[in-house]
Structure formats: C-alpha cells, structure tokens
Design a protein around this ligand. Sequence first.
Ligand code: ADP
Length: 770
Amino acid sequence: MDIALTQRLSFKQAGLTVLVAFILGTALSLVQVGIDYASEDASIDREINALMEISHNPAARIAYNIDAELAQELVLGLLRSPAVISAQIIDNNQLSLASVSRPAMQNRYRVLSDFMFGSRRHFETALFVSHSPTEALGKLSLEVDTYAFGSHFLRRSLLTLLTGFARSLLLSLILLVMFYFMLTKPLTGFIRALSERDLRSPNHNKLPYPHGHERDEIGVLVNVTNRQLASIASEIAQRQDAEERLTRYLAELEDMVSARTEQLEAANSRLLDSNSELEAARRIALDMAQARSAFLANMSHEIRTPLNGLLGMLALSLDGPLNNQQRQQLSIAHDSGEVLVELLNDILDLSKFEAGQLELEHIAFDLGSMIEETANLLSQNAAPGVELTCLIDPLLPNQLLGDPTRIRQIASNLLSNALKFTRHGRVDIRVNAQAGGVRLIVRDTGIGIAEDAQTRIFHPFAQAGVGITRQFGGTGLGLALTRRLCEAMHGRLSLETREGFGSTFSIDLPLPSKGTIVQAPQLRGRILGLSPANSGLSEQLANLLPSWGLQYQQLDADTGLDKIEADLLISDCPQRLSELRALSDLPIMLVSAYGDFLSEEQVQALSPIEQLARPLSRQALLQALRRTLGQAEVHAPEQSSEPQRNRQARVLLVEDNPVNQLVAKGLLGKLGCEVLLANHGAEALKLLETQTVDLILMDCNMPVMDGYETSRRIRQKAEFTALPIVALTANALSDERERCRAAGMTDYLAKPFRKDELAALLDQWLSSVS
Ligand code: ADP
C-alpha cells in the first residue's frame, strides 16, 4: 500500500509540529534578539560613560595644569578603546589641548548595525577639580563608532537564529521518525492487513494488533474493526444462507410453474377443442335459426295467401245482402280469421326477435292521437260495465320520434289485455310527458295477477293461470312481445298488480320530441260535469277543460240537482238526464259506449242533446264543444273519417293467384277503382305499353316474371319513374320491405290486408300523384 510521503500522517504531523516549533522558535529568538539589542544599546552608553568617568580626573588635572604632553598621552590611551574613533580635550578657552582620531571600521554588515544603533555617538563631559566643582576647566569629548558593539550584537543574533533553526530541524526529524514508528507504521500495517482480508472467505482470524499498540487508540481501532468484521461476516453468512434458500425456492417455484403451465396448456387445448365444438354447435344453431326463419317466411307466405283469400272473400260477402244469421256466422268466421292473422303476426315477430331481424323505424308521429285511435278501435272489446278512458297529458308534444307501428302494437297488446281481463270498473290508457320521453300507463280494475305469475307472464306462451285460456282465450305471446319491443326501444316496462284488484302496466319510452306542444285551443264557457266522482270521464274533463280556457265544475252523479248555471252539461249518467231536463233547458252532451246510445224518442225528449262515443278523443270532444258552444274552429278542420278522393283511379293489379285476384278486385271495386288485371309481370309490362294506370298493386312471387324484376323493368322506363307501385306480399319478414324498395317499389302491403288498410294506401299514393 503506497501512500506518498507528503500524504503520510507522520509527515503531516511532523510538518505541522515543525511549523509550529519554527514559528515559536523564531518568535522566541526574535524576542531574545530584541532583549539583546536593548541591553547592547544600553551597554554602549554604559561602557563609554564608564570610560569617561575613569578619564575625568586625569583629564581635569591635565586641564588644570594645562599639560599638553599628558593630554596627548591620555587621548591616545582613550583611542585604544576599540569603539572610540576620536578623543579631544578642550580647555576653558575652547582651545584643543590634545586631539586624536582614526577612521571608522568599514564592513558590509554595518548598514544593519548603523540602522539599529546609529553610525556613531558623541560623548562630552565638563572638566573640574573636586575641590572646586563649580569652576569649569574645559571638556573631554569622545566620538564613538557603534559598529564595534553592533558587530558583536549581529554575530550573537545570527547565532541565536541559526541555533533556533537547527533545533527545529532536529526536532522535526526526531518527530518524523517517532510519528512514523508510532503512528504511520502500525496504521499502514493494519490497513494492509485489512485490505488483504477477504470477507467472503471462511478464514475468520482476527486482525493482529501492531506490536506495542494493544492498549492504545490503534489497539482500540483494531479491536473495533475486528468486531465490525465479525458482524459483517456473520451478516454475509446469513445472506448467503438466505440467498441459497431463495435459489432453492426459485428452483422449486420454477418447477411448479412449469408443471402448472403444462396443466394449463393441456386445459387450454381441451378448451380450444371444446370451443371449436361450441363454434360448430353455434354455427349449426345459427343455420337452424336461419332455416327456421326461412321456413317461417315461406310458411307465412303459404298461410297468408289462403288466409288473404279467406278474409277477403268473407269481407266481400259481409258487404253483400245477407240475413242476420248469415251475417253473424260470416262475421264470426271473419273475426276468427283476423285472430289467426294476429297470432301469425305475433309468432312472426317473436321469431324476428330471435333471428335478430327486427328493425325499428325512427320517424315522427303523433303519439296522443295514435293512442286515442288504438283505444277507439279496441273499445268494442270493452265489457258493458267497463269505462274505457284515454288520458293524454296536455303537455305532450304533438310529434315524437320513434316507431309508431311498434308502439301501437305495445299499446294495443296492453289495452286488449286490460279490456279482456276487466269485467267491471275502469280501464285507462294514459300518456304522460316526462323528461327525455314519455310514460305510457295502462291501468285496469280487472282480475289482477297473482304474485307468482308476475314474472312468468312475460315469457312466450305463458299465462297467469291454467284456467285463463279456457275462460279468456289468448296465446300468451302478447306480453313476451311487448317486453321485447320495449327493450328494443331502450324502454322500461314495470307492472304493479294485486290479484282481484287490477293491474297497472307502465312503460317508459325514450322518445325524443320532434315538434312542439300544440297550442291549446281557447274556448269560453262554463261546463258542468255530471258523473260519478271516480269516473274516467270526470278525470278527463278536469284534465282537459281548464287547459282549453273553460270553467269546469264537477257534480257528483248522486248529488241532488237544483240551481244549474252553466252553458253546457257533460254527463255519462243517462238516468239523471230527465230529472235535469225538468230543471233546465241547458244543452247536454252524453258520453256512452257505442252500444248504449239513446233511442230516437229519448233524444227527442231530452233535446238539445248530443251523444258522444266512449273513449272520448280530444278532437271529438273539442269539435262537439265548439258546435255546442257555437264557437268557431280555429285549428285543423274536421277530418272526414273516410276520405273519398281519387277513388275513380285506374289500378293495375298484378297477381297470379285467382282467389287473391278476386279479393283485391272486389275490394278495389268497392273503393271505387277501375281494375286492370295481369297474371304475371310480363303481362303487366305488355299491358303498360297500351294502357295508362294511376297505381300498380304488385304481387311479389309470380311465375314467368316476379314482382321485383317487373318493378325494376318498369322503373327503367322514363315515363313510369313516378308511378306508384305497391308491393303485395305474404312474406312478412323484415328484409322483404328493403327488397321491395331496392327493386323500385314505392310502398308495401302485407297480405292479408283489410279494406281500410288498402283504402289508406290508395289515399296516400293517389293523392300524391294527383
Ligand atoms: P294472452 O293475453 O294472449 O294470454 P299475454 O302475453 O298478453 O297473452 O298475457 C299473458 C298472461 O298475462 C295472460 O294470459 C294473463 O294471465 C296475464 N295478464 C296480462 N295482462 C293482464 C291484465 N291486464 N290483467 C290480468 N292478467 C293479465
């Protein structure tokens, strides 16, 4: 181990000591020199004064006797003193009796001496004799060269300083050696031993104490180091031990991981195998679903075609001259056929859900009016003791965005159930506007649903109890469909029911508003309601009339009638009307079910009276109010229920099935149209070359040329680009509509169709061409 000499501790310590000793020595030497200087300076004056004192008496006698010879001897004697360079005896008259001098000593160091002591000093003493001390005889003067003293002083000083240096040097050498042996050597030995020690080797001998240092600081250092080394060594040993254990664990872990990996790989490959089996099974299931859809489509075509014929023919026959019994039998047959069509439609819709083929429209429609129409259509199903009411929120926007067909389906499913299972009380269909959509509520006071059946009834073909089919009929498909439709529209269906107390089905549908809230009509007048307090009519009137600006007062059906002050009375209690008429000739509006209208005589007796059918739509009520109150209509004009425009049109019917030809021809004829007939597409194309028509009803599946191809060819001709072509198809699956549209057809009518559906279609397309 090499440490540079200047970096060694002994050197540094010796150097430091020497420096301190040197500074101290020099300071002491300088003090000593200073003292010496002071004493030398004083000794010059002292010695010369002593010389002057010795020479005073002889010099005084010489001056007294005026003896020049002796004077000469005396001054020569004084000049022998090495410091005196000039001596002179002067008498009273200032005349020199004797005077001697010699040159001052020259030397190169005298500048220093002159600086310290001055170059020369002058001494003078007055001469007198002892018996006459006051009488001055002359004076003795000496000139002294200080260098005689200064040279001694300089030599001494030099010696003092040199010995001081020599002492310091010697001392530092001695210290260097001492420190080397006492400090550096044992320390370097210790460091060497320490650096040669390998802490990882199993040799755990202690570091040796340097000789003679067992008890001093170095000994303590070695001791402490040995202790630290021992603890480090034991720690290293522990760590090595832990590392070994860790390595062992790691190896075990690796073994476990590789074993587990093998197991996982095996499981994975099993999973892959079962996945591919599952995939194959899924593919088979999908193929089967596809096949089922195709089968259903075909079957629906096969079933619809004869059904179309059946229902069409029954409808035609019902319009002809029949006796009551025949009419009743035929209407039963017709109604059963319609039930069959609805059943078929439900099954098809369900299978569309399962095949993921259900497509929802997103168009603007008037929900309030649609609900009123649906309720109106279904009102004939209401039992005689049931009051059906439509309660439309006055704040409902007039146009909402959604799928009107599907929402109508939901409303009519819920409402027909409510009417079917209610024998007495009320059935309400209510639409409330709410943030981001609407809430449709169908509430009845019917048989209710047992708790255990409340979830089951939403599954296909499930009913609440075993006796339901026998007692009420039905297939158990309506609610399943309703729930799925609701989910497809991102709505939420909820049910509150108690067996024996009725049911409330609520549906929240997120239907964005497209239009505004219709400006409420403003009327004037005082209206009196005479109806049971808990009736649907009183709720509806209280809901609507104030919002139309009318004053409305409710009279309970059981309270007595005395003073009546109003412009109009609205009631659903015919039994109280004669009593009322006796009191007042106020106009009456009677609301009752279709079958319960008053006879001609009763009307005569109660006049002025107007009868309105239940459920009361907002439009019907408004128009009746305007008529009765004599206030002009400001808003939309009254619509005739069956527009008769453009019915004298020429319609080309392209249909291969003779029964269907007959049905369609009969219905079109009844609607006032002239019908041209083609048995297939090619025939239709030929006919179009010579004849002009206003609309084509096109069957899709025909021999020779099908409806799609025929439509494509018709559209290729410039003169027929705007001619309405309405597809007639028995295939009710969802892609059918798209297929027809792609072929260039304008609209779509599913077979079997009703007369009113055909009429609506003619109205729509014939009015657009006129
Ligand atoms: P369907 O009415 O053809 O039987 P749904 O799916 O419409 O089929 O109804 C399933 C069952 O739910 C019904 O059979 C009936 O038991 C019960 N249900 C539905 N609506 C009502 C209701 N408003 N009141 C009582 N029970 C009802």
